[in-house]
Design a protein around this ligand. Structure first.
Ligand code: ARG
Length: 418
């Protein structure tokens, strides 16, 4: 009888290469390697070939960059999703897509299981597992790295004993993950949150101190919240993001140093490089300031946080996501226009914005000729606006001589308090 098949998320690195053989032996299953291009800058055909050399019975490699941009990156940008206000979520956005595409391959090949190379300490295992459990609850999930609990030496011994290619170049001193929306860098010396990231941490951005001495001005045009053009030239998503990563990176824009709260309870220190993502979030938010009402802007910050949390926490395929997206699409209907930014020594500074839907009305804002604002109406408005507070002051806060007194309850139980 033929062995069961398993679809493995294959990166071509040591862990997932070792995993091919380990799965053959430990689970007695055949491995189909799955690799997709999310703009990580690797030759996926070469990775596919390596998978076959390593012992996979079949290997699938596909370009998923447009799917990634249209269904994951742009929605997250429109929603303003920055985890803890800092991280544009490149890694987190990639996981549900990879897992979804793996499920498709598993169905095509009649596989019984899926596998990923995540450790047991991070968020990525959660994102993969939850997506698999949601979309294909019948598939068995195998997580070799989480299960084998080896030291690196043991892993290398296994690789040597099974003739697995180990790249001659020495392993990166960091753990990294990347796609077109950003690079994530952790571990090694970065585990000390006091240590400034050394130059080797960065690959997409120059040190802001070494950035050009002349600022560079660019214009980004949005249509219903989606970026569509750079300097007046229409671009597709891949080209736009590639161009902005290079442009902003050249000026040292896009470095993030984050002590972040992982879903699994650990605080970890992550460095990110996300030049295009940071720049687009900045430009997009500025256009929202011009085109969304005060109330919409305030409510939107809550949606942004909820949306970022659900991406980070691996809950992409949830009804809450659908609901938040419905709000976001409606909320973005007037977010069209152009933002002008200056890139200079690590900063992307908005210096101008315009929109056919602008709520900034010169005839209301101006102190010059053409003012249509009725300043006399301000008087009555101020009286009513402050009425609650002036009433309270008269009858409570400023009544008598003693003034306000606050006694705060203790959170320590009485028997413990001394
Ligand atoms: N902390 C980030 C996240 O949870 C990135 C993790 C990516 N992995 C890495 N090797 N740095 O999305």
């Amino acid at each position: 009888m033929a062995r069961d098949k398993l679809v493995l998320a294959y990166s071509g690195g040591l862990d997932t290469s070792v995993a091919v053989k380990w799965i053959n032996e430990t689970y007695d299953m055949d491995v189909i390697a799955y690799t997709c291009d999310l703009g990580q800058g690797q030759d996926i055909e070469a990775i596919r070939q390596k998978a076959l050399r390593t012992g996979a019975i079949d290997a699938v490699a596909e370009d998923a960059r447009n799917l990634f941009i249209d269904y994951f990156v742009w929605p997250s940008l429109m929603a303003g999703a920055l985890y803890e206000g800092k991280y544009p979520l490149a890694t987190a956005l990639g996981r549900p897509l990879i897992a979804q595409l793996m499920v498709r391959v598993a169905r095509q090949h009649g596989a019984a299981a899926v596998a990923h190379g995540c450790t047991g300490k991070g968020n990525d295992q959660v994102r993969f597992d939850v997506t698999f459990q949601t979309l294909a609850p019948d598939l068995r999930i195998v997580a070799p790295v989480r299960e084998w609990k080896w030291t690196r030496t043991q892993e290398l011994e296994f690789a040597a004993a099974h003739g697995i290619e180990v790249e001659a170049t020495k392993k990166s001193i960091f753990s990294t993950d990347q796609n077109l929306w950003g690079r994530s860098i952790e571990a090694g010396i970065l585990e000390d949150p006091w240590v400034e990231p050394p130059a080797e941490t960065f690959q997409w951005t120059v040190d802001p101190r070494q950035a050009p001495d002349q600022p560079e001005e660019i214009e980004i045009t949005f249509d219903h919240g989606k970026p569509v053009a750079l300097d007046g030239q229409e671009k597709d998503g891949i080209e736009l993001i590639d161009d902005l990563n290079k442009l902003a990176g050249k000026h040292g824009v896009g470095r993030i140093d984050h002590i972040e709260n992982r879903l699994v309870g650990i605080k970890s220190r992550e460095i990110y490089e996300a030049p295009a993502a940071l720049l687009l979030h900045e430009a997009h938010r500025e256009l929202e300031f011009l085109t969304l009402s005060k109330e919409s802007l305030r409510f939107k910050t809550q949606v942004s946080q909820a949306y970022a949390d659900l991406i980070y926490n691996g809950l992409w395929f949830s009804q809450l996501h659908q609901d938040l997206m419905a709000f976001t699409i409606s909320n973005q209907q007037y977010v069209s226009g152009t933002v002008r930014l200056k890139l200079f020594k690590g900063h992307a500074l908005t210096v101008g914005r315009k929109s056919p839907n602008s709520l900034y009305r010169h005839e209301l804002a101006t102190y010059e000729e053409g003012d249509q604002y009725d300043a006399s109406a301000a008087l009555g408005f101020i009286k009513i606006h402050g009425l609650g507070q002036t009433t309270q002051a008269k009858h409570q806060l400023l009544k008598g001589k003693s003034g306000p007194r606050l006694e705060l309850p203790s959170i320590i139980p009485p028997d413990k308090a001394k």
